[in-house]
Design a protein around this ligand. Structure first.
Ligand SMILES: NC(=O)c1ccc[n+]([C@@H]2O[C@H](COP(=O)([O-])OP(=O)(O)OC[C@H]3O[C@@H](n4cnc5c(N)ncnc54)[C@H](OP(=O)(O)O)[C@@H]3O)[C@@H](O)[C@H]2O)c1
Length: 122
């Protein structure tokens, strides 16, 4: 379990399992970075969690199937001095369907893990 004051980044936080991860980490008092494409849903969730649990919630509207956008997200957070302690690589479609459509589940997930993992290692 993450330390009480750690920062948790959750991809695909606008619905389903990602939204539930966000609620559970919020309940435990963590600072959250919520990432997905649907900004309205991220905004609504952030407002609810801030009010309910008095935590800090940052939202990032990012299409993670674009690797450049993953790199930009990492750079933006670094620029703001935000260190991610826990990375929940939740966004994805599952490994069904054609390999050529699996950028989000393979390449983006690998890029997220590599970029934020290097920071954690350092
Ligand atoms: N539910 C299950 O039974 C189950 C079982 C095994 C594995 N999983 C895996 O668990 C994860 C979550 O499943 P779920 O059922 O909660 O799915 P879901 O309700 O469809 O949620 C998927 C989340 O990923 C986000 N997302 C999708 N494409 C994205 C993109 N290109 N960039 C950024 N965010 C993106 C969606 O947000 P936006 O549309 O707002 O971007 C949404 O928040 C998936 O990786 C799935 O493969 C689920």
């Amino acid at each position: 379990m993450a330390a009480h004051n750690s920062t948790v980044l959750i991809t695909g936080a606008s619905s389903g399992l990602g939204e539930e991860f966000a609620r559970q980490y919020a309940q435990r008092g963590h600072r959250l970075v919520l990432v997905a494409r649907r900004l309205d849903r991220l905004e609504a969730l952030a407002e609810t969690l801030c009010q309910q649990y008095r935590i800090e919630v940052l939202i990032e509207q990012v299409d993670l199937s674009n690797i450049a956008a993953v790199t930009e997200l990492h750079a933006r957070l670094a620029q703001r001095g935000i260190e991610v302690d826990v990375l929940i690589n939740n966004a994805g479609h599952g490994l069904q369907g054609p390999f050529l459509d699996s950028q989000l589940d393979i390449a983006s997930l690998t890029a997220m893990t590599h970029l934020f993992g290097q920071d954690m290692n350092a």
